[in-house]
Design a protein around this ligand. Structure first.
Ligand code: SF4
Length: 478
């Protein structure tokens, strides 16, 4: 997981707690804004849970907040400068209410640590992704006038015992984190430095959270991790390579976890993100094919189509290996929706190597892709070993070629959905009209159709007779 995997959504979501309204009445007002990937949004739901328990209530109006927290992203320079600009907006809050506290959470906080306090005088609290349990204590320190920081990374912390407060939710779909951190060291990525070593969460707590969500009316969960394929519960935090044969037999891998969640209820849809080409097994694909409620949709970042560039990226697989994984998906789950991540202009990338990314895209024809220019990040392997030598305008031109090709492929893949019946989980009104409802099919494509008597949380079969470049349009048939 990196540039998209986390669906780096360049917008913020203000936290409005939904499922704890009864508890969300505390006198102290918390404004919580999240940037970056889905992992960060899920972490903000953990932060809201910890602070609502301590007498805070969430507000979407930072002008009235006693505490302002920004959950930050460090994946690219652009993500960080966006946070710095946003902090300026909070200056006037402090002018009006000098007791108001401003804190930064997440990956940028972890990357910069105490430097953040030196660079941003406005900031009172700096907290890394593994230290959120310490928030009440850090807030007390700050209320006493001390600037507070905790950026200790953990090898154990999974917040497994905490019930996230669903923020900005549609009440139908939710994310459940199953791992934290990452053991891969892709040379361009900051995540291992900002989120630490990988650890898998106790499966009983994952199943409990899924059952709880289903009881509340949610009908879809997405299992979340930087690399879900390396999920391995051994009961004691041991790594795969440390296990005896007996312990291996007693451990639970991702395919087995996926099956356990799917067996909870056939009306609970299951998705997951993000997969890793070097670890994705046929066992996972066969489990997906076996259960109708596991969605036929895989996000498998490729990053580059050239083996030499992949080696320099330290991705752990070659072009040939990746294409073999694609062939396995198409063979075992023929109608699978596939999306990916692509980086253009990585250190030393030649025109021929770039053309291999283009030719791989032609071979796969992805439904969707997150596409970015290479952005050098401090302290990464690439920054230490290679030179960021592809000129900006070349990076841009190559990115545009990839974006244009993907737009063509997304259109082709969407059109292939016309003339078919799709099973859709209704998520709400379409953006354009309250007379139309929207939901997604198993392949994660958006489908819109007339509302009639249907409502959120319903499963409907929609015959699709038209489409736009990315949306399927139809009518409920049964
Ligand atoms: S190190 Fe690699 S696998 Fe891990 S989060 Fe970064 S890009 Fe994803």
């Amino acid at each position: 997981m990196n540039n998209s995997e986390n669906k780096v959504i360049d917008e913020s979501i203000q936290g409005q707690a939904l499922n704890v309204n009864s508890k969300n009445t505390g006198s102290k007002k918390l404004f919580l804004e999240s940037y970056g990937c889905q992992m960060n949004f899920s972490d903000s739901e953990i932060v809201a849970s910890i602070l609502i328990d301590k007498g805070y209530s969430t507000t979407q109006n930072f002008e009235e907040a006693d505490v302002i927290f920004v959950n930050t992203c460090a994946i690219r320079e652009g993500a960080e400068s966006k946070v710095r600009n946003r902090l300026n907006d909070f200056k006037r809050v402090k002018q009006k209410n000098p007791k108001a506290l401003v804190g930064v959470l997440g990956c940028m906080a972890e990357r910069l640590k105490a430097q953040f306090l030196e660079q941003e005088k406005l900031v009172d609290i700096v907290v890394g992704p593994d230290a959120y349990r310490d928030l009440p204590n850090l807030l007390e320190q700050a209320e006493d006038g001390h600037r507070a920081i905790n950026v200790i990374l953990s090898k154990e912390e999974t917040y497994a015992d905490l019930t996230p407060v669903r923020l900005g939710t549609n009440g139908v779909t939710a994310f459940i984190s199953i791992t934290r951190g990452c053991d891969n060291m892709c040379s361009f990525c900051v995540v291992p430095f900002t989120r630490g070593r990988e650890r898998s969460r106790d499966p009983e707590t994952i199943l409990h959270e899924a059952k709880d969500l289903f009881a509340q009316g949610y009908r879809e969960v997405t299992l979340l991790g930087q690399n879900v394929d390396s999920y391995l519960w051994t009961g004691g935090g041991l790594k795969k390579e440390q296990l005896t044969e007996e312990q291996k037999a007693a451990s639970l891998n991702f395919a087995q976890l996926l099956e356990k969640v799917a067996l909870l209820d056939p009306d609970l849809r299951v998705r997951f993100s993000t997969s890793h080409p070097k670890d994705m097994t046929d066992e996972v694909l066969h489990i997906m094919a076996k259960y109708e409620n596991i969605c036929n949709n895989i996000h498998l970042p490729v990053q580059s189509g050239n083996s030499n560039v992949l080696e320099k990226m330290n991705r752990g697989y070659s072009r040939e290996w990746y294409l073999e994984r694609m062939e396995a998906i198409r063979r075992i789950i023929p109608d699978c929706g596939i999306s990916t991540d692509i980086i253009t202009g990585f250190c030393g990338e030649t025109e021929e190597e770039h053309k291999e990314t283009i030719s791989l895209m032609e071979k796969v024809q992805y439904d969707f892709a997150y596409m970015f220019m290479y952005s050098e990040r401090p302290k990464t392997l690439a920054e230490r070993k290679y030179t960021d030598d592809v000129p900006e305008e070349v990076k841009k031109r190559r990115l545009q070629e990839v974006v244009d090709l993907q737009r063509k492929h997304s259109g082709i893949r969407t059109e292939q959905g016309v003339g078919k019946i799709h099973r859709v989980l209704v998520e709400g009104f379409s953006k354009k009209s309250d007379d139309m409802l929207m939901g997604r099919n198993s392949q994660n494509s958006v489908v819109v159709f007339p509302r009639e008597h249907y409502k959120k949380g319903d499963y409907v079969n929609v015959f699709v007779d038209a489409c736009t470049s990315s949306t399927l349009i139809g009518k409920v048939v049964s």
